[in-house]
Design a protein around this ligand. Structure first.
Ligand SMILES: Cc1cc2nc3c(=O)[nH]c(=O)nc-3n(C[C@H](O)[C@H](O)[C@H](O)COP(=O)(O)O)c2cc1C
Length: 722
């Protein structure tokens, strides 16, 4: 009897959709190759044939601080409790991890899965893939999948009921198309940099193409639409918006030499989504709300915005806003919790893309259904939706484009030179060009306008664009101080790229506009503007804290809080909470002497940083107040741009190392850090390692191990973003 397994099982865990997309693509392609198997999100493990399947393929990303995605937490509970060393004896497994090397716990979920699966008796049949979002996931994912197909026949039996010959032949044809695109002599574009003076005719043509890629493309203005609604509601009405143009891609084609063979092209992903106009157009009753297909883990509240304030001056490097939302008495939260905002894509961008796709404005409000096998979660419920809502809420036009998107666009481009350029961008030879384009974060509009003859069908765009996701913010207030209300602070994302393209975020400029672009602060004290009368509402839901980034239950425990920039936000919530707890305890009069009250709350060290006190000292008034009333016992402020000496929070941690060592090691202080994962968190980590080397007298390796133990035991808590 053959010991080859008959079927495979794919289990995926995904926070923002990448792992889901990759897992479902592997599943669809495996089916095309004649393999049989099933694909489940990890949390559906109870209905997955976990013990019955001989080959298990795991695709998992990371979130938080090396944490597993939300849709795998139940599976992890099950794995942790399962101590049966023979539970997966019959299984061979492979893991593809998705991570980001900006985080120190790079691809930790994949490592943990491997360990656990081995403990449960499974054997690994293929090397673990560790894809890195910082470099581009494709660099690892594509070759990993490519090799998987080579390895799979050694562990998996082909399904003999399917015509293997047929499947192999069509595969060969596909392979030929994708990996052997030969450049015909008349299309050879020579290197532009060093051959400009001796250009053959073919290249002259090519220069014309390059210019056409650089010049802005003339587009028709958007026609006006029939529906208009008031402008102060939270959701976006269908009305004519100012027409925008994209920023054309700057494409270097130096790698395209005579006779070059393009290799390593991404697989043409199998079409999944099928968009059909509904024959009966329903009455539109939900004009001003988030469409039903948007799935959230908690119910959506339309929270009125009651206050807005700009925390920075006009000449500060960033614009920071603070908002207060009325979430009602029934919605519970703790300081440190985060919440999601469901902001639509930028309306100007949406309408410009629809226009570029030649979709008349009369179609925007028509109802459509999206169907297909293995649809991604964000499209699964789009069975009755207005076309424009798919563009506003289903897909993301601004995040890094996938190589597979360029590959698909090439298929829908008629001009041979444009087609070749698209193929080059996603080939192995075009890696540097792809990376340069990716670094510029082009929108779909930028890409489409750079290739005028490209006309992709909407279905295929739905297949290849990433999911549009809620944006998360830390709550910066305490329920003890503001019952039924939350405050939060954020930088309005709006910047120019190295290539001079103007980019903006999705939710933060939307919130800025929604709250009427309040003026920057002009005095040291920011002005809080009451806008409760304007009727502005924001669709949101509370996301309870998954990684214990909350105050310790014992108030005696000392706290070390490290949060420069907007990383201060959750700590303002912590401190407000502490301040209220102290007030409550004092007013109860049970403890008596102020000294005793002091003792029942441990010392609080705050390490906070900004560029320039006069421009971006966020929460200055509140922090001074916390210092004055003893809520903060030690305040360390790092100012990085006020003088020639740049001081960062990590410098102050180094300065205070001896004192901190006492507090952390002898008094069991809890350490919290919030903010940028790259520069700041690494710097702080190094400062803590130095502290341990000097005062705990261990070497660097041992010091790092201690930090890892602190992270695991939740003594060192991190809320970081890349
Ligand atoms: C808030 C956040 C936290 C993250 N934390 C980590 C981490 O600790 N380690 C890591 O390797 N990658 C981390 N990542 C990177 C993701 O794992 C990576 O972007 C991946 O492609 C996401 O895949 P998904 O869309 O399937 O969730 C983080 C990403 C985000 C947005």
């Amino acid at each position: 009897m053959s010991d080859l397994a008959k079927e495979y099982l794919i289990l995926w865990a995904s926070q923002t959709g990448n792992a889901e997309w990759i897992a479902k693509n592997i599943h669809t392609e495996a089916g095309k190759k004649g393999y049989k198997g099933q694909c489940f999100v990890m949390d559906d493990y109870t209905i997955a044939p976990l013990q019955q399947t001989g080959v298990i393929i795991l695709v998992a990303s990371n979130t938080g601080d090396g944490d597993a995605p939300d849709n795998s937490l139940k599976f992890w509970r099950f794995l942790r409790r399962n101590k049966d060393k023979t539970y997966l004896n019959n299984a061979k497994f492979a893991i593809l991890g998705l991570g980001d090397s900006n985080y120190s716990n790079f691809n930790y979920t994949g490592q943990r899965l491997e360990k656990k699966f081995k403990e449960l008796g499974a054997t690994m049949f293929y090397e673990r893939g560790m894809a890195d979002d910082a470099e581009g996931l494709e660099n690892v994912v594509d070759p990993w999948i490519e090799k998987l197909w080579e390895v799979l026949p050694t562990v998996l039996l082909q399904d003999t009921t399917l015509s293997i010959t047929e499947s192999v032949n069509s595969e060969k044809e596909l392979e030929k198309q994708m990996t052997e695109l030969r450049i015909e002599p008349e299309l050879i574009p020579f290197s532009m940099n060093n051959r400009k003076n001796t250009l053959p005719q073919a290249v002259e043509n090519y220069i014309a193409l390059e210019n056409s890629l650089i010049e802005a493309v003339e587009t028709k203005p958007v026609e006006s639409s029939s529906v208009t609604t008031e402008s102060t509601t939270s959701t976006t009405p269908t009305t004519t918006v100012k027409h925008v143009k994209g920023y054309p891609l700057q494409i270097t084609l130096d790698g395209l030499e005579a006779g070059v063979k393009l290799t390593g092209l991404p697989r043409i992903s199998v079409p999944v989504a099928k968009l059909t106009k509904l024959s009966e157009q329903p009455l539109d009753t939900k004009e001003n709300s988030v469409p039903d297909f948007v799935v959230t883990p908690a119910p959506v509240t339309y929270a009125p915005v009651v206050m807005v304030s700009c925390l920075t001056t006009a000449d500060a490097a960033k614009r920071t806003l603070e908002l207060e939302l009325d979430i009602g008495q029934e919605t519970h939260f703790e300081p440190g919790d985060a919440f999601g905002i469901l902001a639509p894509n930028d309306e100007q961008l949406v309408q410009a893309i629809l226009n570029r796709l030649n979709i008349p404005s009369s179609e925007y409000n028509s109802f459509y259904t999206v169907e297909g096998e293995n649809l991604p979660t964000h499209l699964e419920k789009a069975t009755k939706t207005r076309l424009i809502d798919l563009f506003r809420y289903a897909v993301d036009f601004t995040s890094h484009p996938r190589k597979a998107l360029f590959r698909m666009l090439a298929d829908h481009t008629t001009d041979p030179k444009e087609k070749l350029t698209l193929m080059y961008i996603c080939s192995k030879q075009g890696t540097a060009t792809f990376n340069a384009i990716r670094d510029e974060s082009p929108t779909l509009l930028d890409i489409l306008e750079s290739f005028p003859s490209c006309q992709p069908p909407i279905d295929r765009l739905l297949d290849l664009l990433p999911a549009h996701l809620p944006r998360f913010y830390s709550i910066s207030s305490s329920p003890l101080k503001r019952q039924g209300k939350i405050r939060f602070a954020f930088n309005v994302v709006n910047y120019a790229t190295l290539g001079n393209a103007q980019r903006k975020g999705i939710a933060t400029p939307w919130l800025d506009n929604l709250t009427n672009l309040v003026p920057s602060r002009t005095t040291p004290e920011n002005q809080e503007i009451d806008i409760s009368g304007l009727g502005i509402k924001v669709p949101m839901y509370i996301r309870p804290n998954a990684n214990a980034f909350i105050l310790p239950t014992k108030s005696e425990r000392p706290l070390v809080l490290i949060g420069p920039g907007t990383g201060i936000a959750p700590f303002i919530g912590f401190l407000e909470h502490r301040q209220m707890q102290r007030k409550i305890r004092t007013s109860m009069g049970t403890v008596g002497h102020p000294r005793e009250i002091q003792d029942s709350f441990g010392p609080v060290y705050l390490y906070y940083g900004f560029r320039d006190k006069s421009k971006d000292f966020l929460f200055e008034k509140e922090i001074n107040q916390f210092k004055q009333d003893g809520t903060i016992t030690h305040l360390a402020i790092a100012e990085s741009r006020a003088t020639d000496t740049k001081v960062y929070v990590q410098d102050l941690i180094k300065r205070d190392a001896e004192k901190l060592y006492e507090l952390i090691m002898k008094k069991d202080a809890a350490i919290y850090i919030c903010g940028d994962a790259k520069g700041m968190a690494r710097g702080v980590q190094d400062a803590l390692v130095d502290m341990l080397v000097q005062y705990h007298q261990v070497d660097v390796v041992e010091a790092n191990k201690i930090l890892m133990e602190w992270i695991a035991s939740k003594k060192y808590l991190r809320d970081l973003w890349a």
